[in-house]
Ligand binder design. Structure first.
Ligand SMILES: [Zn+2]
Length: 96
């Protein structure tokens, strides 16, 4: 097996695994300079990780544009917990 052969369909390498671990931080701009340089160099040569990064970036973008469903869910849960502790809801009641 040649190290110099670069197939578009090659399986992820150990480098890919390393990149995958820091990809989120890299896209968030939280990776240190050395890591960011290594990741960006890898993304340029690795189609596998490049696509992964694109998917991540797209996801982040759509989350930014959405009405923060996470916060809504958290707020609902919090309100529910408050009503529950205030005795407004009996455990076992149907909660809409
Ligand atoms: Zn890769």
């Amino acid at each position: 097996m040649s190290l110099f052969r670069r197939s578009l369909h090659r399986p992820p390498t150990r480098e890919c695994a390393r990149v995958a671990k820091v990809l989120q931080a890299y896209l968030d701009g939280e990776a240190d300079e050395e890591t960011a340089a290594a990741v960006s160099a890898h993304l340029e040569t690795c189609r596998h990780c490049g696509l992964e990064a694109k998917a991540f970036a797209g996801l982040k973008e759509s989350l930014k544009r959405s009405t923060a469903p996470d916060r809504t869910t958290r707020t609902r849960l919090q309100e529910f917990a408050e009503r529950l502790s205030a005795g407004e809801i009996e455990v076992g009641d149907q909660v809409d």
